[in-house]
Ligand binder design. Structure first.
Ligand SMILES: [Zn+2]
Length: 297
């Protein structure tokens, strides 16, 4: 059963328009697994819609509010062989683009979730369900957001040792990439220039992937930025990005108390390459463009 579930997950059709990706289905599965670990069988459209859509909106930057009905419905279309995901009722009316009507879902008390077999297997093998959550997050998001996603779902209550998960995940990444990126920027945060020595050694800043590794971003110089933890986290969250001149831009959704801001305002409009030792390794247009389209809010 474990292999069947992973096979189903691996083959779910992700909605892609150009380089833009939509993590609605993976987030919906994570949500369902969290419910399962809390002993809840179904995602009910009428009851859970608001919470699930809020959860999805936290990790997408689409202009419109996310619609959770489509992933709930369409995941059952991704079954091959034994059903892993089912919906009830299973015969909603689809339009030409396979969208279903919210009104029909409301009237029929539409619900969806794991099939009986998958549900009972995962409930009895909680470690497998927990691992699957970890796997799906790792597969779709950078490690900086692992904790956020688990926190959003009060996952700490279900898996007290989630920090071990994070450690595991970090080990799987290219071990050379961080060092190459940090040295390129002279061990400074490329955003703010922060560099600190301890016992004469610089404490390493973090190496961020501009195009997320989980979305196929490469571990190469023009996809990396050396960043202090604050600027790394806020970059992965989409609070700031770069324009075509590689200058720092801030999302319109960010409100800062400027009278006490030493972290962001002083650096807006500055070139991210001003500390870069070899300009031929500047971030590539393609990767920046991906970050602006997919992550920047
Ligand atoms: Zn910084």
């Amino acid at each position: 059963m474990k292999e069947e579930i992973y096979h189903w997950y691996k083959n779910i059709r992700q909605h892609l328009s150009g380089e833009r990706y939509s993590p609605h289905k993976p987030l919906t599965i994570i949500y369902a697994l969290t419910k399962l670990l809390k002993g809840e069988r179904w995602i009910e459209y009428n009851k859970d819609r608001e919470e699930l859509e809020y959860f999805i909106s936290r990790y997408t930057n689409f202009k419109s509010k996310p619609n959770c009905l489509n992933p709930l419905w369409r995941l059952s279309k991704d079954n091959s062989g034994n059903a892993i995901w089912i919906s009830n009722p299973s015969n909603l009316t689809e339009d030409k683009s396979s969208n279903v009507l919210a009104s029909e879902a409301r009237e029929t008390n539409f619900k969806a979730g794991f099939s009986d077999d998958a549900y009972s297997y995962l409930s009895m093998n909680r470690a497998v369900a927990q691992k699957l959550v970890e796997h799906i997050i790792d597969d779709n998001f950078p490690p900086t957001l692992m904790e956020d996603i688990l926190d959003d779902l009060s996952f700490g209550d279900i898996i007290p040792s989630f920090s071990d998960i994070e450690k595991d995940t970090l080990l799987k990444r290219d071990p050379d990439f961080p060092h190459r990126i940090r040295s390129l920027y002279d061990f400074k945060c490329s955003f703010c220039g922060f560099k600190i020595y301890y016992h004469r050694n610089p404490l390493p800043p973090e190496a961020a992937h501009i195009k997320w590794k989980a979305r196929g971003g490469e571990c190469i110089e023009n996809n990396g930025l050396s960043l202090c933890p604050t600027h790394h986290y806020t970059f992965d969250k989409g609070l700031w990005s770069l324009n075509d001149n590689l200058e720092i831009i801030m999302s319109d959704n960010v409100i800062i108390d400027q009278s006490n801001d030493y972290f962001f305002t002083p650096f807006l409009g500055k070139e991210i390459t001003r500390f870069l030792l070899n300009k031929k390794y500047a971030p590539s247009e393609l990767n920046i463009d991906w970050h602006r389209k997919n992550i920047f809010k």
